[in-house]
Ligand binder design. Sequence first.
Ligand code: C5P
Ligand code: MG
Length: 170
Amino acid sequence: MSEIRTGLGWDNHRIAPGRPLILGGVTIPSEFGLEGHSDADVLAHAITDAILGAAALGDIGMHFPDTDPRWKGCDSLVFLRHAYELAVERGYHILNVDSTVILERPKLKDYREAIRQRLADTLQLELDRMSVKFKTAEKVGPVGEGRSAEAQAIVTLVRGLSPFRAQTNG
Ligand code: C5P
Ligand code: MG
């Protein structure tokens, strides 16, 4: 008997000049980046919360408080990997991740494959289980006015059956 769980993640960071723009562990050429205590990787944060949510393990701030100097400037893939390991310790496998970054500019689609690959490597996931989408906010609201970036993620976990084992054994 296997158990399926879903988890939802959302994050928002303010746009700031002179900061790198890092999404899914990939640095995107841009004249501005995102403000935050860590590297402000809004996409990695949303996926981290989705994994934690599916396994009912709290949220990213509970595991990595932004008041802790250890996480200052931290590579957010560390957070993502930690959430994944907590889920694996509890017997979960990731079935798939879907995500959306909402950012007015720059255009991100040329970086889609690099971002998917980086996230799939971090989560030990086959590439076709890792989806990354991009949207503008059509010039409306804080994202549309170029003041912030958002990311949303949904993760499906399965416990009691390895999707990878199920595949290799036919
Ligand atoms: O927001 P909109 O529907 O106009 O986006 C159209 C397409 O532009 C998206 O499906 C996505 O492929 C791409 N896009 C992008 N980088 C962004 C926003 C959108 O590559 N920052
Ligand atoms: Mg964040």
